[in-house]
Structure formats: structure tokens, C-alpha cells
Design a protein. Structure first.
Lengths: 200, 579
């Protein structure tokens, strides 16, 4: 099995771990890289991305030809995560705004479709912020305290959105999206920008 | 269950907002944060920058009318269900319409029409959707949320219309002449599209003349037909399918569809006291010259004389079984109606009765207006003269026409009571003539032609609303095989040769003498009928009239609208009055 790390073939690793199944190999290499201050952030098996996938589906597969790993330092990973979260914001803002407008105009059906996309976007942002917070804690950076507020606030807003939706209080829901969620996004934008500057 | 309550609640911005509270919960009607900004955003989102009519289905405090739009708005309508409290929107500058969904849809359509059919910008307040779901769903079937572009605008840029018209639109009420006009147009190679005045459920406005009222969706059907068929002309009879305020006419003008109206009944009866503005795009035709001055007062419309005519469908080859018949109404119910409409004070009833007793002595060669003025001001009717304003005098004139016409018919019928004679008419005649001489009324399309075919001489008296022209019987009876014995009218010899094609009397006594002579001389009677038939078939069918009407319009349109494709010049220059 060929082993590629950040696109470079590593024959030393192939020799050292010859005959192992891909799941076992990932576990061993992950520990080795972690000890060396690197994190495995992406995995491909025979060209298929299995990052985050259930290892039981591919870990015991025999006859694998190639295992490709993407590794990063925690700082690189953190910066990348922050950038990704910032890239999400304009799209999320547009969706929020359109969704609130549709509720206010009484275009319920389109508004509910838009709301599904908004909630999914907020959930992904929440997961991303959670990951960022864990990385900050691992790095023992004081900035982790800045992120904690978002970790509490976003679920609270999602709860309020669900309550308004269940009560069919569409104007309140529009207010939540247009003002409260939008405020949180602006705060996150400032916070993420400050963190990126600190990392740089 | 108690209706939901509207509860005032301040927004975070400090502006007033509103909540709806009911047994099953509550929700915000306007933003809890900033209702002013909310309304501004709604107008921006709808791009309310043109000539738009904003319709808020659930207007609440009227915030949509309180914020300025980017461009001029035709107006803001706040729709409220019947349960919402009056005065909710306060003095916001918008019109608040309260009612059921069908009522509001009709009213919004009327207002849209009155404003020249602007785009509608419809906002559904979601709180009303929760607390008044049936009401908002009902509105949404016709007024869904969003921008509803005016279909008038969508028709701009159309190609020039053709003339003679390829397609003519006709409002259809079932009125008798519409069928003849349609058939004549089709014979001339024109496609006719009928737009029903009423379809399904009728929703006539109160007080509308029977048979003339349109339902609430008529304007929309008309517009759909205009857009779907791109007619070159809208042609109607007696103002059917038009409104007195001129909104439909304005709509047609905005769509560049010329309008022709053929009046075959008194414009006084049809239009009553309404101003009835008609623009210069309107071409009016009137079966009676005496009414042309009245039609000329209708805005900038132009009017021409166009007599009635015959239809080939009336031709019959029956065998005469009766010498004389008279087919006519008694006017009794019309007299009652117009008397109620006059609303004369009880103290003047005596003078009114006396005036109407004298009606039959008014000259039949002119409309009664001048003679009525003379009689009122001559001192014979001091109470009526002092009381009657111009509107009341017009109604008095109508009453004189109706009463004189009835008395003419009654006098003529009485002369023939001893003969082989029958009068077909309404039950009102039973109080005026021996019941044995009164037969039931005849259906114009199903029975009248067959009836004429069995009568040697059809008696005729012309309504006093027609001091110059002739009525439909002059054309129908000869086509069906019956000779016509009619009272004299000024225009008669323009249309027929009296003595050779019709017999003419000046007094009922003369009518009896002429009638008996004709009934006894079958060869002479047959000759009279044949000559009248030939005249009608050669000059007086509805195809002739419609060709004249279209030629007349074509001449004007060709001069004023060069975009129209017209007939060759030689034909174009024909006189409009060439009938």
C-alpha cells in the first residue's frame, strides 16, 4: 500500500507499517503525527475521501492500494477553520435576510424552504466554532474564552427559532433571524478576524 | 370562541407594534424590534418604485402606509377581516377595507380598475394567516403575496391593429341584438369573441338594470380576452359591459382597443343621470337621430346614426291564419318603476296624473323635452314646474314617453277589437284591453318569426322614444311573410317606399281602413311583402349595418391612426351615412 502525506509518497512509512490494514495504519500514524505536533485532518482511501467517515466501513478493507493523509499543525488547522467560517458568513447572511423577508411578506412556503437552509447553515457554523474552540483549548490559547460565548448563544438562538416556528409566530422568527442571529454573525466575524490576526 | 384580540405592544425601537392574542397562542403582527424598518424593507423588497398599488392583507397599524416608498405609489389598501376592530390603523393615510375575502377581492379589483390597472404589490401579514386562516386563504386565491404585474403593461408594444377588424370582442349579456351582430360580423369574415357579463355566480351591484349587470370577475375576463385574442375592436350594444364611470373605457383606451357602442334604446334609460364619460376612442352609433345630441354630450365621443335592420334568420314561408296582430309590451311595470324613481311628492300626484293623461297628445315627431318644458312653464302644472329640477324633468320626460307609447298602442288595439285581431304582450294589457284579445308574450327568437308568418297584417306603433326612426318589426315581419301597417315616422321613406313596401297611417282610424283593405286584397298584400323583403335583403340586413359601421370607423381610424391597415382608398372614402 502506498502512503502519501500531504501529497508526498512516504516509503519509510510503507516499509515500517507493511501489511497493516488501513484503519490500523491511520490510528498508528495519527498518534505518531500528534506526538510530532501535527494533526491528521484529511484521509483518502484509493482516491475516495473518507475523512470523518465511519472507520468500520473502510478500516478493515483488504487490498487497498493507496492511503493519502493530509496533516496540518494545530495553528494551520485553526487558521483554516477560521477562514472557512468567515467564508460561510456572506452566504448565511444572504439566506437569513431572504428568509426573514419572505416571512414578513407572507410568502410562507418559500420562507420555510429558506429556513431549512438557514438552520443547516447555523448548525454547520456551530460545529465549526466548536472545533475551533477545541483547537484553541488544545493550544492553550487565552482566546478560547472569546469563543465560548458563541457556543452557548447559537444553540439558544436555534431553540428560540424552533419555538417561534412551532408557534407559527413568523414575524418573531423574522426578527430573530434579521436581528439576533445577524448580530451573532457580526460578532463572530469580528472575533474570527481578531483570532486570525493573533495567529498570524 | 372569542375572536383574537389585537394588543398594542411597543417595539424595541420604541415605535408602536402589535400582537394578536387568542386562546391558542399569540404572535406578532409587526416587528417586535423595528416595525418602521420592517415596512421599509417590505416596500424595497417588492420594488415599489413604479405606479403600484400596495395591498396589505392584514394591515395592522398601517405601517406600510406610514413609510415612504422609493417611487410614487397609486395607493395603499389595508385589508382587514370583518372581526378586526375599526380604527386599528389610525390615521395612517391608507384606505382600510374590511370584509370577507370575496368582497375584498372584488373591491380591490374595482379600485385597481379605477386607478388605471396598476401593478399590485400584495403582502400577506403572516399573523393574520394564523388567526384568520380561511380569510387569508380566500384572499390568496386571487391575491397571492408578491408583485402581480399589471397585464395592461404586458400588452404594450403590440403590432398595429388591422382594419377591417380581424377579431371583435363583444360583451355578452344575451341581449337580443347581440346574436344578429355576431352573425353579421362573422358573415363579413370577422372573428367574434364573446365575453360573458356574468359567469357562474352572479354578483350584481345593487340597483343595476336587469340583464345589464356584470359579475365581479367581468373586468378580469374582459382583460384576459383582450390579451388572449388581441381584438381590433370592442363592439357592444346599449352600453352593455361598460361602466358609467368610464373605467372599462379607460382600460380599453390604455390597451389601444377602439370601442363602438350601438344604442338601440333610449340613452336616457340606459345611462340615466350618470355622467358616463367616453373618450375620443369611442365611436357611438344610435338607431334614432333624435338622441344624437344627448350622445354628443358623452365626453369626447363621436356619434352617428345607424338604424336597425333585419336578419335572414327571420325568413319564413308560413300560411296566414289571422288578419291582424300587434306584438308589444304594456309599459305598465316600466311606468311604475320610473314613477318610483321620480319620487314625486304626494301633493303633486294629481298634477303628475294629469300630465301623463295628456302624454298621448304630445307630438310624436320629437322627443318630449321641449314640449314638456313648455307645458310645465305654461302654468298648467305649477307644482311640478316648481319642484322638478333637471334630473326630475328627465325622468318626467321618460314617463311621458312610456305613457304616450302605451296609449298609442292601446288606441290602435282598440280600433281592431272587432276584427280578426290579437295582441301578444305582457299581463299588464289585461287591465287595459278585453282579456279575450290578449295573448301571452312571444319569445323573440323561438316564436316571433313563426307568429308573423301566420299573420296577414302586422300592426305597428313606434315607441315615442323614436320620433324619427323605425323599429325592429319593419324588418322582421316582412322577412317572415307579414305585411306591415305602421305609424308614420320621419325617416321611414329613407328606408322604405311607403305605399309600395309598407303601409303607413297617421291616425288609428286610418290604420283600420288601410288594414281592412290590405287584408282583403291578398295579391296586393303579397306584393307589398315581396317588395319589402327585396328592399331589406338588398339594403337593410345587419350585415349592411355592420359594414357601414366598420367603414365609418375605418375612415376615422385611417385618418387619425395611420398604423391601421385599411381598405383601399376608394372604399375608405364612403360616407358613413350611406345606408
Amino acid at each position: 500500500m502506498h502512503i502519501l502525506v500531504n501529497g508526498t509518497r512516504r516509503e519509510d512509512l510503507e516499509t515500517r507499517h507493511a501489511g497493516r490494514l488501513p484503519g490500523d495504519l491511520l490510528e498508528i500514524l495519527g498518534t505518531e503525527f500528534f506526538r510530532a505536533g501535527q494533526l491528521v485532518v484529511g484521509v483518502q482511501v484509493d482516491g475516495t475521501d473518507v475523512t470523518g467517515a465511519d472507520r468500520s466501513e473502510w478500516g478493515q478493507r483488504a487490498g487497498v492500494q493507496e492511503l493519502a493523509l493530509l496533516i496540518q499543525s494545530p495553528g494551520q488547522l485553526l487558521a483554516g477553520s477560521l477562514k472557512v467560517s468567515l467564508e460561510w458568513l456572506p452566504l448565511l447572511r444572504t439566506e437569513l435576510s431572504a428568509c426573514a423577508d419572505r416571512f414578513r411578506l407572507g410568502e410562507d412556503a418559500q420562507a420555510i424552504d429558506a429556513l431549512i437552509r438557514v438552520v443547516e447553515g447555523l448548525r454547520l457554523l456551530f460545529l465549526g466554532i466548536g472545533q475551533i474552540q477545541r483547537l484553541l483549548l488544545n493550544q492553550e490559547l487565552a482566546s478560547s474564552a472569546l469563543v465560548e460565548g458563541f457556543q452557548a448563544e447559537i444553540p439558544r438562538l436555534l431553540d428560540e427559532i424552533i419555538v417561534a416556528q412551532e408557534g407559527r409566530d413568523w414575524i418573531l422568527l423574522a426578527d430573530l433571524l434579521e436581528y439576533d442571529v445577524m448580530d451573532q454573525l457580526s460578532r463572530w466575524e469580528e472575533t474570527a478576524a481578531a483570532l486570525l490576526e493573533e495567529l498570524a | 370562541m372569542n375572536p383574537p384580540a389585537f394588543v398594542a405592544a411597543p417595539a424595541r425601537s420604541g415605535e408602536p407594534s402589535l400582537r394578536l392574542v387568542g386562546p391558542a397562542g399569540e404572535c406578532w403582527v409587526h416587528s417586535a424590534v423595528d416595525p418602521r424598518r420592517e415596512a421599509q424593507g417590505q416596500l424595497e423588497r417588492l420594488a415599489a418604485d413604479g405606479r403600484c398599488l400596495v395591498v396589505a392583507a392584514g394591515g395592522g397599524l398601517g405601517w406600510l402606509a406610514r413609510v415612504p416608498a422609493a417611487g410614487p405609489l397609486a395607493g395603499v389598501l389595508l385589508l382587514e377581516p370583518p372581526e378586526s376592530p375599526a380604527g386599528l390603523a389610525g390615521d395612517c393615510g391608507a384606505q382600510v377595507l374590511r370584509g370577507s375575502a370575496p368582497e375584498l377581492v372584488a373591491e380591490v379589483t374595482r379600485r385597481q380598475l379605477a386607478l388605471g390597472w396598476p401593478d399590485l404589490l400584495v403582502v400577506h401579514n403572516p399573523a393574520y394567516g394564523r388567526f384568520f386562516p380561511d380569510w387569508l386563504t380566500g384572499l390568496g386565491q386571487f391575491l397571492p403575496p408578491g408583485r402581480l404585474p399589471s397585464r395592461v403593461g404586458a400588452d404594450s408594444g403590440r403590432a398595429a391593429r388591422s382594419w377591417p377588424p380581424r377579431t371583435v370582442l363583444m360583451p355578452d349579456s344575451g341581449y337580443f341584438l347581440l346574436r344578429e351582430i355576431r352573425e353579421a360580423l362573422e358573415e363579413l369574415g370577422t372573428r367574434v369573441v364573446l365575453v360573458p357579463l356574468r359567469q357562474g355566480r352572479a354578483a350584481a351591484p345593487p340597483g343595476a338594470r336587469p340583464g345589464t349587470e356584470a359579475d365581479v370577475d367581468y373586468a378580469d375576463r374582459l382583460l384576459q380576452a383582450v390579451l388572449a385574442h388581441r381584438p381590433d375592436l370592442l363592439l357592444t350594444v346599449n352600453h352593455l359591459g361598460l361602466d358609467r364611470e368610464g373605467r372599462i373605457q379607460d382600460l380599453l383606451a390604455s390597451l389601444d382597443v377602439p370601442l363602438a357602442v350601438w344604442y338601440v334604446d333610449s340613452p336616457e334609460y340606459i345611462l340615466e343621470d350618470a355622467p358616463c364619460a367616453l373618450g375620443e376612442e369611442s365611436f357611438l352609433f344610435c338607431w334614432e337621430r333624435a338622441w344624437l345630441p344627448r350622445l354628443a354630450q358623452l365626453g369626447r365621443a363621436r356619434a352617428w346614426h345607424l338604424p336597425l335592420a333585419g336578419s335572414p334568420g327571420f325568413a319564413r314561408a308560413g300560411t296566414p291564419r289571422r288578419d291582424f296582430s300587434l306584438v308589444c309590451g304594456s309599459n305598465q311595470s316600466a311606468l311604475r318603476k320610473w314613477r318610483e324613481r321620480l319620487d314625486c311628492p304626494a301633493r303633486l300626484e294629481g298634477e303628475l296624473d294629469s300630465l301623463l293623461e295628456q302624454a298621448v297628445d304630445f307630438s310624436s315627431a320629437a322627443l318630449p323635452d321641449d314640449e314638456l318644458r313648455g307645458r310645465l312653464e305654461g302654468g298648467g302644472y305649477p307644482g311640478l314646474a316648481a319642484w322638478a329640477d333637471s334630473a326630475a324633468r328627465r325622468r318626467l320626460a321618460s314617463l311621458v314617453v312610456l305613457r304616450a307609447t302605451r296609449d298609442d298602442r292601446q288606441r290602435l288595439a282598440r280600433r281592431f277589437l272587432d276584427q280578426d285581431f290579437c295582441l301578444h304582450g305582457d299581463a299588464g294589457w289585461r287591465a287595459l284591453l278585453p282579456a279575450s284579445r290578449v295573448a301571452p308574450p312571444l319569445d323573440y327568437y323561438r316564436e316571433l318569426a313563426d307568429h308573423y308568418s301566420t299573420v296577414r297584417v302586422s300592426l305597428n306603433t313606434t315607441s315615442r322614444q323614436m320620433p324619427g326612426t323605425v323599429n325592429q318589426r319593419l324588418f322582421d315581419a316582412p322577412l317572415a311573410g307579414s305585411a306591415v301597417l305602421t305609424d308614420w315616422r320621419r325617416d321611414l321613406d329613407e328606408l322604405f317606399e311607403p305605399g309600395r313596401e309598407v303601409l303607413v297611417y297617421h291616425e288609428p282610424a286610418e290604420a283600420l281602413e288601410l288594414g281592412l283593405e290590405l287584408a282583403r286584397d291578398e295579391p296586393a298584400r303579397r306584393q307589398l311583402v315581396e317588395r319589402a323583403r327585396a328592399r331589406i335583403r338588398g339594403q337593410h340586413l345587419y350585415t349592411h349595418r355592420l359594414r357601414s359601421l366598420l367603414d365609418c370607423m375605418g375612415t376615422i381610424l385611417g385618418r387619425e391612426r395611420p398604423g391601421h391597415s385599411l381598405r383601399p382608398a376608394a372604399e375608405k372614402e364612403r360616407e358613413c351615412t350611406s345606408w
